[in-house]
Design a protein around this ligand. Structure first.
Ligand code: MLT
Length: 203
């Protein structure tokens, strides 16, 4: 038994990357599967459901208030997710070295914490409406790991300075960070998808 409720679709061609789809608060394992097909048709899809419930809404880690995270829970849940990716790669026999996270909101934040706390697990990440999840000390090594941050200029939940802080944190760990800004709030817009699709072509 794998440790997360999840959905898995094998890649169309053997050896193609696997997109790890991570939903936002209140989402589930089904929510981002259509997005995976738009972003990288033919890629494998691994889509877990967050185990924490906040008033019935699934999340990947607990928060104390909007944007204020329970860091002990975040650490533990992030490592649990990292283990799940390893377990799933053995079970489904996909290439564990070609897993790219695509996360939205809380899913982007757990993708960020996975980069920062389990730096060998992801080959890259698309962070849609992301914040700084945690600042680990010492910083991990993320040598040239490609990361796309796709945030909205008028997002009431993620101030512009928070995005800058996240990009700087990941760059100081060695990641190759691209920041795409959108004239948008917290909700995704078509431009997010178009640009993420183009950015993912490097894999
Ligand atoms: C959310 O609503 O999911 C937050 O904006 C992000 C988070 O709590 O991780």
């Amino acid at each position: 038994m794998l440790s997360f409720t999840h959905l898995y679709q094998p890649p169309r061609a053997p050896g193609a990357p696997t997109l790890l789809m991570l939903h936002g608060t209140g989402g589930n394992e089904h929510e981002l599967v259509p997005l995976a097909a738009e972003l990288m048709p033919g890629a494998g899809v691994l889509s877990p459901r967050g185990k924490v419930l906040e008033r019935g809404m699934p999340r990947f880690f607990r928060r104390l208030a909007e944007g204020v995270f329970d860091l002990d829970d975040l650490r533990q849940r992030t490592l649990e997710l990292a283990d799940f990716i390893g377990e799933a790669s053995l079970y489904y026999k996909f290439d564990a070295s070609r897993v790219i996270a695509v996360g939205f909101s809380n899913g982007a934040n757990v993708a960020g914490s996975t980069l920062l706390l389990a730096p060998k697990v992801l080959a890259g990440a698309v962070l849609l409406r992301a914040m700084v999840p945690i600042v680990p000390d010492p910083l991990p090594a993320l040598p040239a790991t490609p990361v796309l941050i796709s945030n909205g200029r008028v997002d009431p939940l993620v101030p512009v300075a928070e995005t800058d802080r996240l990009a700087a944190l990941l760059r100081s760990a060695g990641a190759q960070v691209s920041v795409h800004w959108h004239q948008a709030g917290h909700q995704l817009v078509h431009d997010d998808i178009e640009q993420a699709h183009a950015w993912l072509a490097r894999f």
